[in-house]
Design a protein around this ligand. Structure first.
Ligand SMILES: NC(=O)c1ccc[n+]([C@@H]2O[C@H](COP(=O)([O-])OP(=O)(O)OC[C@H]3O[C@@H](n4cnc5c(N)ncnc54)[C@H](OP(=O)(O)O)[C@@H]3O)[C@@H](O)[C@H]2O)c1
Length: 305
């Protein structure tokens, strides 16, 4: 058991723990998702991130419900996020899509529902012409029905956020985007914070993790002695320093791990502090490199990058 993460207040007054468990995996063995979720909650996590496109909502829900049944936590103590996929962007599809997610999760509500990407696709995989402002109206209905406590977006750029802010009744509380030491995103983060939108860092370990062998050659950060020295000084790992760096920039993180010791490690980041020069060292690794460029959608009008 590690101390629970502190929470941040969203613009609608709800509290969100600043460390969550990411659950996306290219492949997983049966039971791996639910075990990771159970372990994480036993260890002290109170925030779990999934998405309809991860095809794991049943297992994630199984893990959550098991641990609630065991009496480790109540549903109210947890913060559960899921996301709307690109093929359900029609306004009238949003509530039914969320109801399907809730049925899979076996929950009566989620804490946060996100539009996963700003673009929509049709059943042929081509870009559909649905405006994310229409999608957002469906998201607002989901809040009214009590199916989600909060709504937000993911992978939106400043211009897209501007439109949602101007044209909506309920404001997005978060923008979940890739942020890590090699993609520091200062401009977008500043924009979000200025507009009371919490930026959440996905893929927070970026090129530090072994998960991105395709970017070999860009991953000095795995071995560079400067980061090693910072980590050693605090008795922490490179991964913990990267997560701590994001937390000190007021950016909540959702690292994914299915390995118990790493799940534990990724929450154990609240007993040390990086000083200004250490923050600058981590920041210095920025090469504006995206681990998740979604290039398959790069020709879409609403592609955000
Ligand atoms: N909104 C979006 O479009 C979007 C896109 C991508 C991701 N996400 C969300 O963000 C979550 C996290 O992103 P991600 O999974 O892409 O990347 P990540 O969390 O930065 O990295 C995960 C990888 O790092 C390894 N790892 C975990 N902890 C470690 C540690 N302490 N030391 C070394 N390696 C460690 C994991 O391996 P083991 O499992 O073997 O420990 C896994 O291979 C996802 O799971 C998903 O929930 C959202």
């Amino acid at each position: 058991m590690v101390a629970e993460a502190p929470t941040v207040k969203l613009s609608n007054g709800k509290e969100m723990p600043v460390v969550g468990l990411g659950t996306y995996a290219r492949s997983a063995d049966p039971g791996q998702y639910s075990e990771a979720v159970e372990s994480a909650i036993e260890i002290g996590y109170r925030n779990i991130d999934t998405a309809s496109s991860y095809n794991n909502e049943e297992e994630v829900g199984e893990g959550i419900n098991k641990i609630i049944k065991k009496g480790v936590v109540t549903r109210e103590q947890l913060f559960v996020t899921t996301k709307l996929w690109n093929d359900r962007h029609r306004q009238s599809d949003v509530v039914p899509a969320l109801k399907e997610s809730l049925a899979k999760l076996n929950l009566s509500y989620v804490d946060l529902y996100l539009i996963h990407w700003p673009f929509s696709v049709n059943d042929k995989g081509e870009e559909a012409s649905i405006d994310y402002i229409d999608t957002w109206k469906g998201m607002e209905e989901a809040v009214k029905l009590g199916l989600t406590k909060s709504i937000g977006v993911s992978n939106f750029n400043e211009e897209q956020l501007d439109r949602v802010l101007t044209e909506s009744m309920v404001k997005p509380v978060v923008n979940q985007v890739e942020i890590n030491p090699t993609l520091t995103q200062h401009k977008l983060v500043d924009y979000c914070i200025r507009n009371s939108i919490i930026p959440i860092a996905y893929t927070p370990l970026g090129l530090i993790s072994e998960a991105r062998p395709e970017f070999k050659g860009l991953d000095d950060i795995k071995t560079d002695p400067k980061l090693g020295e910072v980590a050693d000084k605090h008795g922490k790992t490179r991964a913990q320093v990267a997560l701590r760096y994001l937390i000190q920039r007021d950016i909540p993180v959702i690292p994914k791990s299915f390995t118990k010791s790493r799940i534990q490690q990724n929450l154990d980041i609240f007993d040390f502090q990086l000083n200004d020069s250490e923050m600058a060292i981590v920041d210095g690794y920025n090469i504006d490199h995206r681990c998740v460029p979604a290039t398959k959608f790069a020709h879409f009008k609403n592609y955000p990058f």
